[in-house]
Design a protein around this ligand. Sequence first.
Ligand code: PLP
Length: 419
Amino acid sequence: MTREKRSDRPTNKPLGPIPAGFSGIDGELAIGGRKASELVEEAGRTPLFVYSRDLLDARVAQLRAALPERLAIHYAVKANPWRPVIEHMAGLVDGFDIASGGELAMVRTAGIDPALVSFAGPGKRDEELEAAIAAGVTLNCESEGEAARALAIAERLGTAPRMAIRVNPSFELRGSGMKMGGGAKPFGIDQDRVPALAKHLIAAGADWRGLHIFTGSQALDADAIIETQGNVLNLADQLAEEIGTPLPKLNMGGGLGIPYFAGDEPLDLVKVGAALAARFENLPENLADTALCIELGRYLVGEAGVYLTRIVDRKTSHGETYLVTDGGLHHQLAASGNFGTVVRRNYPVAIASHFGAEPTEEVNVVGCLCTPLDRLADKALLPHANVGDLVAVFCAGAYGASASPAAFLGQGPAAELLV
Ligand SMILES: *Cc1c(COP(=O)(O)O)cnc(C)c1O
């Protein structure tokens, strides 16, 4: 075995893959057919999130083409609750999943029909339960205690609450970035206690809306998703059998991931769709007339968003070059590596002002915050960039603006545009 000399070894760290659908115009990154500099001019400032309608439309069209027609597609609002995005998604998807009273207010402001909304999430307060029940939103109950509070509130309001049960299954989504099932969890009700509670809800006069089984997020392995969806259908059948009535509705969860990092391969959606179609061909009696849906967040909106930030300083330290931007982890906690990641890896990042140019230098792209955590790209091979140039961070459509600490260091929120 020959050892490379230290100086011959590349020191740069790979960038994640830039999602499909982006091109250059006059050497600049274009989003929705418009140059990054024009978009910044329209917004009036950087940093700026830009979301592309075309890419949102295209993603939903891909899903519709690949998945069985019977499977409804719900949008998990927490991925991106910006009102214009919710309003755009309203024309594309079949339902909305929320996880707080704040998100309930957001979907209502956006004019979404509450009958299309389901509300999961542990720790729902009485005011949140009341607002949801009064509006006719489906509650995905996370505990027996929550169910009792919801029934009492509904009785006071004189209405039959729409209630489903979120199941904590004994299995999880293999290879998922964030596991939400299997073993002790704050989410859902352990599967063996579900039939008793369901019978209780039905006997108490609730409008029984079935089950919600969410097992994890950010999975890129089609086989793992197929296996989990099979487990979810089997479990739903078994629980319906024990409850003693066919299931009206089943939210099968989601977990479809997007490639963020070098080496990540896009999910084989066609394979997932084909396996589901085969399963749907012969569903057991308990599921024969069940309304089936999946709930997706990042898969719907993640790749449609770009974060644009301007270089305010270019400096060197101990031989390394730093491009210091006016953005950072206060808008892009996930890209900085501080939102559920163990080892920090580079998101797809580009110099938007010189899009497609040959990479010529290794640089560190950092934010403007006074903390070493504020990194957007480490040891990245990029085209030469100067003060005033724009940097693009891709995969910024989900868990960006709303999932980052915008108040940190008095920076305030980024601008947002839907184009
Ligand atoms: C967060 C969450 C989602 C969305 O997850 P993505 O990885 O963005 O698709 C869906 N359902 C539930 C219950 C969640 O908590």
